[in-house]
Design a protein. Structure first.
Lengths: 148, 148, 148, 148, 148, 148, 148, 148
């Protein structure tokens, strides 16, 4: 049966493409958030009408994005969450919390600098990786039992 | 019936005390993580034996803390999550995700600087406040219907 | 064990008091929404800060009230929903839907005029009554087996 | 994966057709109640036998319709509920409550006149729209990330 | 912690009293249906108004009784269901099905004559007993580890 | 989407065939128990080895049948339970209880003689019918909105 | 609908192949753990980096394997667990516990020597078999009603 | 709130007493299986009647014990499972699986010899300890934040 993988978190590097490329011969369906930063920020007011207050501007957008995010995480077998070098990335950690509470298999992807700050999230994960190709290798192992 | 409130997040200011003080005449039971930073970091190795590798040192501690945290969030009616000015605070966002997925009433507490970065979490909350006394006022209103 | 009853809906007549009075010798704990109409409407802005836009004014208040409402319905064994003669009362029907989906025993209270309009909600209920004293009689029967 | 959308509420205008038309090139499957008003009212007695009492006539019909409604809402990713200008529409609000308790993404569609009366339901929604084309735009954004 | 036991089924012999007597020194709370046959049959019309049609007379009563029954089974740790010598007793088997689907520990009590007819229900039970005192012995063993 | 219907209960008349025939042009998938009485009674010992004691003979068979029954009911949208004129049929009532607790839409099929004895089960159903063709008509209405 | 069967436990004999062969004409989809012992033991360090400490070496591998195992058990209708003659096989018993708590139909496969030691697990199963062909016969009976 | 701890597994040493003694000043309620080996083996036939076949003798006992075990694990916040030096102890691993699937915090207690054989269970745990006093220290830390 098709393995469903949700790719959450950092949207400024091509890590999603690397994983998808590395798993291109496997029976995997990938999903993830809208990665067009501007569309993601402005979707609420673009569709539902402008807001003067930045809080409500963001609020409307975040809720529209939640329609996609909650569905994607809810349908996934595996949720991969990547933490990059910049920004607060609280929504990535928030997604990890949702995935964990829903009993999804969690794979966390981050560099060694974030090890201490991510210890609670890493402790809830079934794998902590540093490089996207490791995630592809995990997907291959889970589906086929083959090691790299 | 006693209102059960879990106070998650930032541990370097006295915001928990302010809320508890503001609600001291109400039928509320507060819970939260271990706020002794050092104990929280080292509990795993102190009890279960030392690790050479910092990752596993942190891992053992994070898992022991999870015993307390998951139980506290799981039993709560309301989960308050405070984001302070410093540190990554990914565990706070992670707790918020868990609480949201479990259907807990979420109150987020943060200053205006973090508004954009916290928009996804704020959008899942039933209240976004700036000051601890507002949280106490919410608890009072929820229990008694009285406004400040 | 104490029977937990949530009294939802119309807030302009004394129907809640009649039920509570009729069940005063029974082991029942009653809960319900904040029935001070003005406080209920303004709680959001009174605690969390004013809004220029009426939509967001109402939004903030409705979310604070939801903290109380969801908890009350979630803890109840029985949810009584009364539909009165005036207003839209969509929040009463909304509460009935939540209670039904959570598997709560639903008692609907309304006059004969609303019979056709409430048929879907009545069909999900375990009792449809016209007068508050009938609700008290039901609570007595459920707890003691005694009929009026 | 096909997005499953349930269209609940008002049955006297062509809003469902507008949404379906606006989403005709998207991978969406729509469902909704029986919109033939007369069939919906009389289905119970037509199949299961006549009733003298209008209450039981309606009761039998409402229960047959519930077989379809509960299944449709239960299978949906998104539940859209439209409140029109006429009638009590309590069943629409009831459906919204069921959808909310089941954790469905809720989109509410109504004109500005109903803003205050629908505040509790709007507060539980991930989007509040005024026009059917906005709903189609949301579905497009959720599936493709494209804004209008 | 108090062991909660629901005693479902046959209401024409004193088997409930025998179990309660046999467990009188144990920390057990017993619950069960209304055992006054007449009150149980007529409660619906007595409180909510008469019906000409026997089907609806029974329907209203069965729903009121369901308020008590569902709560009692839902709160129980153990559900004991007794099948006697007379009547169809379909409601006893129905209660057993509900209890089984809710994951309750099921104890079935019946004479040897019913062995074949009850095989599906017995197969879902954790104990099949013939005499009420065996049920009391089971409760004692479960709470104290003592055998008769 | 294919409507999944489980046909439980009486196995001595052709009521299943009548429903299946009446719904032959609809998108319905039917499931049900093994209706070969002898195979159903003896499956346990035939596969897993003989038992001297009739209780365990039946027990082994009932458990094998439960593998099929629980899966069928668990996957169904609608569970139809027919009570015939003969036998105790406790397993039919047991299936109805399981279906009810799992939130399945329940249709009960029985003659007028059983009305009083089945009142608790009828009260939990969304339809009570007397003839198999009524069930087929319900399935048609639920899927297409067409009345007979 | 395809019957989903998870084959857990002993990996040193060809029992899985025997069952798959015996059910080759049935609509069954089989799943199970990675049965390459070495890959299963070393997958964690092979993909995620070496560990000096055997405990963490095993820990990383066990968690990767859990991604596959939890998904397989979670999707299964039936979980078959085989206990062989050698090794502790605690992971087989652990899988059986998970399957039981998730409400899966459990079939246990073991020789007569283990009867007493496996009594708690056997007692939670719907079938206890000695030979793989019996499992194939059960699958055939469950799907077709045919006995061997 | 009282911390509920279930102590599962090995019954031949005094490890339970050591933990209870080490936690005697804490707000903890302990539960566990019947530890009288003989009573545990024979409870089924002692109460429900003798069986000639050892399989059914054990079966009846295992089911009675399951009434206690499932309730104890189901009510626990923390499940501690100890694996000793002797016997197969499959029921301990089975309890661990149930606890894990129910989302309980799992603490595994075993000597270094069993490390490899228990890797799957250890990987699902929040703590792996070697000595009973470590478990008491964990309970103290979880409740008070104090380290040894």
């Amino acid at each position: 049966m098709t393995l469903k993988v949700y790719l959450s978190g950092e949207i400024h590097t091509d890590w999603r493409d690397q994983i998808i490329e590395g798993a291109r011969d496997l029976d995997v369906r990938f999903d993830g958030p809208v990665t067009d930063h501007e569309a993601s920020d402005d979707c609420g007011v673009a569709i539902l009408g402008r807001e003067d207050d930045k809080f409500w501007h963001d609020h409307k957008g975040a809720k529209l994005n939640a329609i996609r995010t909650r569905r994607g995480i809810g349908q996934a077998d595996i949720v991969v969450v990547r933490f990059g070098e910049q920004y607060r990335q609280w929504n990535a950690a928030f997604d990890a919390g949702i995935a964990s509470a829903l009993g999804k298999s969690l794979i966390i992807l981050h560099g060694p600098d974030h090890q201490h700050a991510l210890k609670e999230i890493d402790a809830a994960a079934l794998a902590v990786a540093e490089h996207p190709e490791q995630v592809a290798q995990i997907l291959r192992y889970v589906l086929t039992g083959k090691l790299p």
